[in-house]
Design a protein around this ligand. Structure first.
Ligand code: ADP
Ligand code: ADP
Length: 229
């Protein structure tokens, strides 16, 4: 479920400056494809187009063979879970924040999602660290912890499609490894598009696409791409 096809996609924010110059790639249902490339290459733009924050000028984007322009915004967003670079949390408990994508989830489901994302000890806290259960202020949530809240939210929402806009480069290696582990669990058997800066963080992807100057410069498995360098 959730196979994605980008076919000859052209996109610009400003007609004078094309960002994507006819790119084609596929994320088969249940597989993981990573888009890597230098800063400004248009990687995040690809995720925004899939979410339909913007419409493309030429070509097509389909999910399960259906053009995303024919899908309602509501069902498109229900099908896609996004773990953004900078997670902005609501000023409410972490439990509330985790439930945001699926408010009707049971307490047990919410707790299970929190455990997978390794944020279980924080569920009664506010983002500034105040523990609503104990009634005391603890440590403010770090960037990595906020990202884990976003991961837990996605685990609970369990959408067929995942977009991971990686920003683990800003985190220390231990946090990065913990988040990576959580992301591996979430992306298993889901159609997953990873936006990454470094090849080293996407070793497990089924295919890696290298975006440069608005075009796909290279593609292949991690091993194949390493041979070229
Ligand atoms: P990447 O994720 O690869 O770093 P982006 O997709 O964020 O690249 O951006 C690609 C290019 O598009 C950049 O040059 C950026 O400045 C430009 N850009 C991004 N968002 C907008 C926008 N809303 N309006 C105009 N230009 C934008
Ligand atoms: P829902 O999945 O409940 O429909 P939203 O559509 O509001 O939730 O947001 C889904 C994810 O996309 C959230 O993680 C949110 O942070 C992110 N997001 C929402 N709007 C934007 C935006 N304009 N740019 C980047 N990310 C966004």
């Amino acid at each position: 479920q959730g196979g994605i096809v980008f076919k000859d996609v052209h996109f610009y924010y400003d007609p004078e400056r094309p960002i994507l110059k006819g790119i084609s790639f596929e994320v088969p249902a249940g597989k993981t494809v990573a888009v890597v490339g230098p800063s400004g290459a248009g990687k995040s733009t690809i995720s925004r187009l899939l979410y339909r924050f913007y419409d493309i000028q030429q070509g097509s984007i389909t999910i399960d063979g259906q053009d995303i322009r024919t899908v309602t915004q509501k069902s498109l967003r229900a099908a896609i879970g996004m773990v953004p670079q900078d997670t902005v949390l609501f000023n409410d408990t972490i439990a509330y924040n985790i439930r945001y994508g699926r408010p009707a989830a049971s307490e047990e489901e919410m707790k299970a999602a929190a455990e997978i994302a390794q944020i279980g000890t924080f569920i009664s806290h506010l983002p500034d660290g105040y523990d609503t259960k104990v009634g005391e202020r603890g440590l403010k949530l770090s960037g990595g912890e906020k990202q884990r809240v976003a991961i837990a939210r996605t685990v609970l929402k369990a959408p067929p499609i995942l977009i991971l806009d990686e920003a683990t480069s800003a985190l220390d290696t231990t946090t990065e490894r913990e988040i990576q582990t959580a992301l591996d669990i979430v992306s298993k058997n889901r159609t997953t598009l990873i936006i990454a800066h470094r090849l080293s963080t996407v070793i497990g992807a089924d295919e890696i696409i290298v975006l440069k100057g608005g075009e796909i410069a290279e593609r292949g498995s991690h091993a194949e791409l390493m041979q070229h360098d």
